[in-house]
Design a protein around this ligand. Structure first.
Ligand code: LLP
Length: 439
């Protein structure tokens, strides 16, 4: 066995066999493809567990009380949720659907946080029925709605308020949330955050236990977290003085990055943990406040690196003097990120992993849009029909945002460990594509 190419982008267990095959979790990817077909998403259990432990350790070693909740919008799968619960993670859900999945795996509801900028009554009711741990209230409409629902049932719900701190995380505009002009949260800059605290304190069926912010995703810099944490704790101290706010929980959200391409390594978790915990402790000491529980909400950083997408190469189109296109049997239906955010990836030919690059090609998907391109100008060994292309760093927001465009069936997913592959989501069938149509 040899080290895999791009060792910091592929899962921790990735290697190359003597035959030149990409191996993940001790499983030859060519055998996985023979057994489960393509497109196939492979998740490495060692990497998944390792990322959970890294978060708990890096933050937990530096701070008295830490809770890590997995933002399951990044990739929802029941087997993976069970595994993350075993590692001690709570959950961030954003819909009745995610909540139902959480409940189906008997997630500990006291550690489930309900997010979202437009939670419907039909979503809040089951959340309350099932004993949701925290509702992270996003706006004044929700504050009034939740107070009414809790008053009707005569219960008191723990809530956090989501603040919009006015911090730019320098990421894609579509995934920037912490700025004042955002659909999420109560802005600090306009005074509405102050009003929200007063309104929450006045609501007799809500117990305000903390403050939350999420700046954007992915955030490769540390400074936005520093700035937001400082602003959050200063605001809490101001509200303690003004109206007796008792800050028991504080969350700087998720947004921690992973490495997608050679040129852009991901800042390690420790580099975030150090300043966030230090600033929290410093600011709390300066304000004479007890340090609140620190709640982290990673999604991508937990599942992103663990997942690898495998595709079979099909058609080629060489346009002399212009470009060579190589098409694979997936694309924007299973990974819309390149089309939506111009996201970039690396790739390896799984059956030619020891070969050096021999050509520059553009890897196209198979769907009916010119924008369905997975990689532009990739340097790869010469590709022929039947080769298997592996795209690492595909664990987050690929399957989670997948669609049935062109009536594509959603891919199968396997979890690998110690040479064993376990199917954790079977491939969708053609019949399942039209099962909801009514004639
Ligand atoms: N907490 C809140 C309130 C969030 O809105 C999000 C992500 C997270 C935590 C987790 O962020 P993460 O740690 O995964 O970066 N579809 C985009 C990313 C959208 C993120 C939405 N919110 C992408 O493919 O890059």
């Amino acid at each position: 066995m040899q080290q895999a190419p791009f060792p910091t982008i592929f899962p921790e267990t990735a290697a190359v066999s003597e035959a030149g095959h990409l191996v993940i979790g001790g499983c030859d990817t060519l055998q996985l493809v023979a057994e489960f077909g393509t497109p196939l998403y492979v998740f490495d259990e060692v990497t998944l567990r390792g990322r959970c432990q890294e978060f708990l350790r890096e933050f937990g070693d530096r701070y008295p009380e830490v809770r890590v909740i997995y933002a399951c919008k990044a990739f929802v799968n029941r087997a993976v949720l069970r595994l993350l619960a075993e590692e001690g993670l709570g959950l961030d859900v954003v819909s009745a659907g995610e909540l139902a999945v959480a409940r189906s795996v008997e997630a500990a509801m006291d550690r489930v946080y309900f997010h979202g900028n437009n939670k419907g009554e039909d979503e809040l009711r089951p959340a309350l029925d099932w004993g949701i741990g925290r509702v992270v209230v996003d706006n004044f409409s929700e504050l009034a709605l939740l107070e009414r629902l809790c008053a009707e049932r005569g219960t008191v719900q723990d809530i956090l308020l989501r603040l919009s701190p006015g911090v730019d995380p320098h990421t894609h505009a579509y995934t920037t949330t912490g700025i004042t002009d955002s659909k999420f949260g109560f802005p600090l800059a306009t005074g509405q955050a102050v009003e929200a605290v007063h309104a929450a304190q006045a609501a007799s069926h809500l117990r305000l236990v903390g403050l939350h912010m999420h700046l954007g995703s992915p955030i490769f810099e540390v400074e936005p977290y520093e700035e937001a944490t400082r602003a959050g704790i200063r605001f809490a101290a101001q509200m303690r003085d003004a109206s007796g706010l008792d800050l028991r929980e504080f969350s700087p959200g998720g947004g921690f990055p992973i490495q997608y391409v050679r040129e852009r390594p991901a800042t390690p978790i420790a580099a975030y943990a150090e300043p966030i915990t230090r600033i929290l402790l410093e600011e709390c000491r300066a304000a004479g406040m007890a340090p609140p529980r620190l709640v982290l909400e990673p999604g991508r950083a937990i599942v992103g690196r663990a997942g690898v997408a495998l595709y079979t190469v099909g058609a080629r189109k060489d346009i002399p003097g212009v470009r060579s296109y190589v098409a694979v049997d997936g694309g924007m239906a299973d990974n819309i990120r390149p089309a939506l955010y111009e996201a970039r990836y690396e790739a390896v030919v799984a059956n030619k992993a020891l070969e050096t690059p021999a050509e520059r090609v553009t890897v196209a998907g198979k769907y009916c849009e010119s924008g369905d391109i997975l990689l532009r100008d990739a340097e790869l060994p010469r590709l022929t029909t039947g080769d298997v292309l592996a795209i690492p760093a595909s664990g987050a927001y690929c399957l989670a945002m997948s669609s049935n465009y062109n009536q594509a069936t959603k891919p199968a997913v396997v979890l690998v460990r110690d040479g064993q592959a376990r199917l954790i989501r079977r491939r969708e069938s053609l019949e399942e594509l039209f099962q909801y149509d009514v004639l």
